[in-house]
Design a protein around this ligand. Structure first.
Ligand code: SF4
Length: 340
């Protein structure tokens, strides 16, 4: 999928993660939840890829599998490490994964449960430094102070506990901990969705500023296009374990080629409150990944579905210049984007 390998840092090919469904006394496997089902994408260095879709579409599972917090069922996760080696993360042992965990880190969704309430902020932020043998004692404390300043927290508060901070400040503490080992690749899993709307923009701006200043590569996972549109260079839209569209942000927003993306774009609140855009409703529920629809997985909810859609799956193919879409009729549908 990646045309030029020069500045590619991550290439995921046909990634699958199926969770077994057990039933009965002897816990027989009676089915599989296809949480991730043939996902392919690439990431350039210093790029921000927004991974978007409704709850349960598999986006968080993709993020966790890329970091080998889950073992994939199939597929490749090729990572270009800082030592210049290409490593297939899907196939290495957890032991070989350990040094890579310094350069690939996750920002968690919930700043309340992701911080240990019994540790001070200093201990929370310095813990990765000690685990990886990077710094201890005074050197670690110095690094904690630098990191707190970098995320807009007063280092004088490092001996306080998480409960003494607001939600936005806790997410900043989590960010400082994530940055402590100078990572190259961050996976931010809905980093602002648990925060008050009033502080979401502050944390998003901080993340964007740090990404640019530190030259980080970022996968930004969100259920809402309006959250990722400002920070992402490209956007990949997921639906029931698959990527259905992927392109540069402007292209996805202005010229969506998949009917599901068109509906998500129509739900973005307009910048000008006097402009009333017609929202395209999504009928029905998101299907279960344990029993996904045949053919195109979106066909039961698609306003443009035809006969072929219910029995033939459209592959994700490049429609034009880096714009990928999985729809039989992408070339002929006239879908509405922002500004239409
Ligand atoms: Fe809709 Fe058919 Fe395209 Fe699927 S392939 S998105 S059902 S038109």
């Amino acid at each position: 999928m990646a045309d030029n390998q020069d500045n590619i840092i991550l290439e995921v090919k046909d990634l699958k993660l199926y969770f077994p469904i057990y039933r009965g006394l002897i816990q027989r496997v009676v089915g599989r939840v296809k949480a991730v089902d043939g996902v392919s994408f690439f990431l350039r260095e210093r790029e921000v890829l927004g991974l978007v879709g409704e709850s349960g579409c598999g986006k968080t599972t993709v993020g966790r599998t890329v970091l080998r917090l889950y073992d994939p069922t199939a597929g490749e996760i090729r990572y270009h490490s800082s030592s210049g080696e290409w490593i297939d993360i899907a196939r290495i042992s957890q032991r070989d994964m350990k040094p890579l965990r310094r350069e690939m880190r996750m920002i968690f969704q919930d700043p309340f449960s992701s911080l240990n309430p019994r540790l001070t902020v200093k201990d929370i932020i310095s813990e990765p430094l000690e685990i990886h043998g990077v710094a201890r004692g005074r050197a670690a404390e110095q690094r904690v102070a630098e990191l707190m300043e970098a995320v807009g927290l007063n280092p004088a508060l490092m001996r306080r506990y998480p409960h003494e901070f607001s939600g936005g400040q806790r997410q900043r503490i989590g960010l400082a901990r994530t940055l402590s080992l100078n990572p190259r690749l961050l996976i931010a899993d809905e980093p602002v969705s648990a925060l008050d709307v009033s502080v979401q923009a502050q944390v998003l701006n901080l993340l964007q500023e740090l990404q640019q200043r530190l030259g980080l590569t970022l996968i930004f996972i969100a259920h809402d296009l309006s959250v990722v549109e400002h920070i992402s260079d490209r956007i990949a839209v997921m639906y029931v374990g698959k990527i259905v569209e992927m392109a540069e942000t402007e292209e996805v927003l202005r010229h969506p080629l998949h009917p599901y993306t068109e509906a998500l774009v129509s739900a973005i609140p307009p910048a000008d409150p006097d402009i009333r855009l017609e929202r395209i409703p999504l009928r029905g529920e998101v299907p279960s990944p344990a029993n996904p629809p045949s053919g195109c997985i979106f066909h039961p909810r698609c306003n443009y579905a035809r006969d072929i859609c219910s029995h033939q799956e459209p592959p994700l193919t490049e429609h034009q210049n880096g714009h990928y879409v999985a729809c039989h009729f992408a070339s002929e549908l006239k879908l509405r984007g922002i500004g239409d």
